[in-house]
Every structure is written in C-alpha cells, then in structure tokens.
Ligand binder design. Sequence first.
Ligand SMILES: Nc1ncnc2c1ncn2[C@@H]1O[C@H](COP(=O)(O)OP(=O)(O)O)[C@@H](O)[C@H]1O
Ligand SMILES: [Mg+2]
Length: 376
Amino acid sequence: MTPEKKRLRVGVLFGGRSGEHEVSLASAASVIRGLDPDKYEAVPIGITKEGHWLLGGAAQKMLPEVLRSGQRVTMTADPTDAALVPLDRSGGGQRLDVVFPVMHGTFGEDGTIQGLLDLAGLPFVGAGVLGSAIGMDKDVAKRLLQAAKIPVVPWITVYRHEWERDPRSIQKGIEQKFKYPVFVKPATLGSSVGMTKVHSRSELVPAISLAAEFAMKILVERAVVAREIEVSVLGNHEPQASIPGEIVPHREFYDYAAKYLEEGTQLLIPADLKPAQVKTIQKYAVAAFRTLELSGMARVDFFVEKKGGKLLLNEVNTIPGFTSISMYPKMWEASGIPFRGLIDKLIELALEQHREKARTKYAIELPEGIGGALEA
Ligand SMILES: Nc1ncnc2c1ncn2[C@@H]1O[C@H](COP(=O)(O)OP(=O)(O)O)[C@@H](O)[C@H]1O
Ligand SMILES: [Mg+2]
C-alpha cells in the first residue's frame, strides 16, 4: 500500500446553524492544522447558517471560502452509501473514515449531528447521541449529577409554557427559594447567550422572557461568588482528567463579550489550587463524565466559592472551544499531551468507540421462514 492509501480521511464538520457558528470556524481551523498530514487527510465540510453542507476542495484553503464556494453535498443516512453525496448526484460520493464534529451548541453539540453520523455508520469524535443531548441540557445534566451526589449550584427549572401561563406564581416560587441576585439562563444554549444576572425583582421578568426566546426550558440559579475552574477530560471507559485551569473574567461574569469580543479575561493554567483541591476537582470531573454518559472528550467547568471554598459543578461542554489558545487543548498541553497528540488520541478514541458500538447486536437472528409468521 502507498502511504497515501493508508491515510485516514477525517471529515471536519464546522460552522453550523448555532449561534456559535463563528467560534466553530476558529476551532475547526486549528483542528485541521493539528491533523498530522502523514497520517490524515483532512476533509473540510462546512455547514452554513442556513444548513447547507459544503465540501471543501483542494482550492479552498480557508474555511470561510469553503462556506462560500464548496460543493453542495449531503450526508446520507444509508450506511452502505458513500458518506458524502453531491446534491446534484453528479459524480461519485466521498468516503470518510472518521468525522470530527467541531460545532458548538445547537445542531452540533446536542446529539442531532451525532444521530446522523450513527445512522451513516461513521465513527466520530466526542460524546454519542445520549451524552451529547444530556450535556447540552443543563437541567437534565444537573438532575443526573445531583443523583450521583456531585455538588451543583441550586436551581429551579421553569418551563416556558408554564411561565407564559402563570408568571406570577413562578416568580413567587423563585423568590421563596432564592434571594437576589440570581442567574437566569436558557437550559440548552452556550456562549452565555440569552443569559442575565438578575440583581433585583424588576429585572426578573425581562430576563426570563429573554431566556425563553432561546429555549423551552429556563434555569434560575442562585448566583455564586466564586472562582471559575475548568478541567479537561479525555477517554472512553477510563477517562482521565487534566491539570485544572482558571478563568478570571474582567466583566461582571463570563458573558458573551468576555468570551469572544473583548480582551481582558485571564486564562491561568495551572490554576492556583491546593493539591487536595486539584484531586477533588479531577475526581468529580471524571465522575461527571461517567454519570452523563460521555465519551471522547469534555471540558468540565466548576465554581469554587470564594467564601468557604465549596466546590460546585457548573456545566460540561462536550465539544469545547478548540482553538490553539482554548482551555481544553491548553490544559492537556500543560498535562503533557501536545495539541497534535491530543488530536491523534481523540481520533483513536472515536475509532475505539465505534468498534465497541459495532459489537452490539440490534436484532436477534430469526430462523428462516419465520418472517411470515411475524406479520401482524
Ligand atoms: N449561578 C451562577 N453564579 C455565578 N455566575 C454564574 C452562574 N451561572 C453562570 N454564571 C456565569 O456565567 C457564565 C456562563 O454560564 P454557563 O452556565 O457556563 O453557560 P454557558 O453554557 O453559556 O457557558 C459562567 O462562566 C459564569 O461566569
Ligand atoms: Mg460555561
């Protein structure tokens, strides 16, 4: 075999229909740079904000260019078909060996894309359908974490339809449980979009109405005064946790502007923590990874309360930011796994997980002739 034939074709899915489309472009560009060209052939697949799938050709070196003028393709749910089929059915399809979805948020990190990849029979990096969906739903994730005795910030879940029907009694319930300030956030979004720190009663209604534009479920949480500590987890059956890092936002909280628009937030790796704290954080991060049925990778974010030092798990991200300066790869780098080695490991884990899935039977084998008798 020539070396060319042995290279794995890695479909890098980027862009997408979420509010984190732009972030995805930056993450995907660094994932593509991190794919060792001796081992992998990167196949960039851009998804536009409208949901068109565009396949990058050799001429398109830049990802925005793929989104502008790539070839329209579709991924079929037929596992015996080529993975990517030109939309106009001109020419043959394109085979892929593994897919790296680098799309944050809705339709990328929430299990929907993972479902399509499962139907297509393709190995892919990161959590599967269930883990992705759980990881994206802050309410369901917190319920499972609580059942596993992993400490989380106290919260109330408000269903949008109930809020619209009876806002007064919901407001009463919130005020019985919490003192202001509280945080109001959509249950199924990232990047701090639709989120408000509510300082007093007058701000509550607009905050919930805003969050309700972005999700069917809204979380109201006690506002904690805390340091923000993050840790990277990597693995399938035996997940490992990295050295933790710390985010020090320069704004009132780590909002959209602090994340993407303004400089000033400090990223500290390693975080200044006592060895015992590091151990506890790593233990809870791995426990959360298992509890939430994750695989491949996740970034697990914690609060450490400034008064008393209590540790609370805030959220997990199953497709964390992946630019070369993002926390997930940086924390691994500090823990001894360089960027390229990390990408290798993630692809290896994707293939391992796929082999594991392939061992599972989905039906029993029926003796010949019995099919007719089952018609009912
Ligand atoms: N209960 C809370 N108390 C204090 N700060 C919070 C709370 N919830 C969220 N925040 C702040 O808002 C940021 C974003 O919230 P998070 O729940 O992580 O949502 P996202 O998925 O959008 O990142 C956090 O990093 C933190 O700065
Ligand atoms: Mg967050």
